[in-house]
Design a protein around this ligand. Structure first.
Ligand SMILES: [Zn+2]
Length: 143
């Protein structure tokens, strides 16, 4: 009865250990870096987010230019914008007085004449624009 017993003088392992390998079938591998080392080494640098303060709103400079004293009709003025003396161009716009006149006409039964205040320039505001640069220069209030 022959069992797998090492024969004297022979090597009983199927793969004999290499000389100098220390008897292990696989040579010892270099240890990989531990988890903590990997985190500390390969972790990206923390990104510092700079929270910038709210930008101050842009300063809006509003130039208050006094409206020129103008009448209900086109006036000869010196434009504050282009400094040219010229007759103004007038655009009439209905004012509170215009609407009140129309409402009053309706109340007294003259509703068919309610459009008259919107045709009479004397009942409306007169917006004056420069005849040269076409900028607003003043308004005549009929109120
Ligand atoms: Zn002008």
């Amino acid at each position: 009865m022959q069992y797998n017993q090492p024969q004297p003088g022979t090597v009983g392992y199927p793969y004999p250990p290499q000389p100098g390998a220390g008897g292990y079938p696989y040579p010892p591998q270099p240890q990989p870096p531990s988890y903590e080392q990997a985190v500390h080494v390969s972790g990206p640098a923390p990104v510092r987010v700079q929270v910038q303060g709210a930008q101050p709103p842009p300063v809006v400079i509003i130039q208050h230019q006094a409206a020129l004293p103008v009448g209900p009709d086109a006036s000869f003025i010196t434009c504050p914008h282009c400094h040219v003396q010229k007759l103004t161009r007038v655009e009439y716009a209905p004012s509170v007085r215009t609407h009140c006149m129309a409402a009053l006409l309706c109340l007294i039964g003259l509703w068919c004449f309610a459009c008259l205040p919107y045709c009479a320039t004397s009942c409306m505001n007169a917006n004056h624009f420069c005849g040269n640069c076409n900028k607003f220069v003043g308004v005549y209030n009929s109120d």
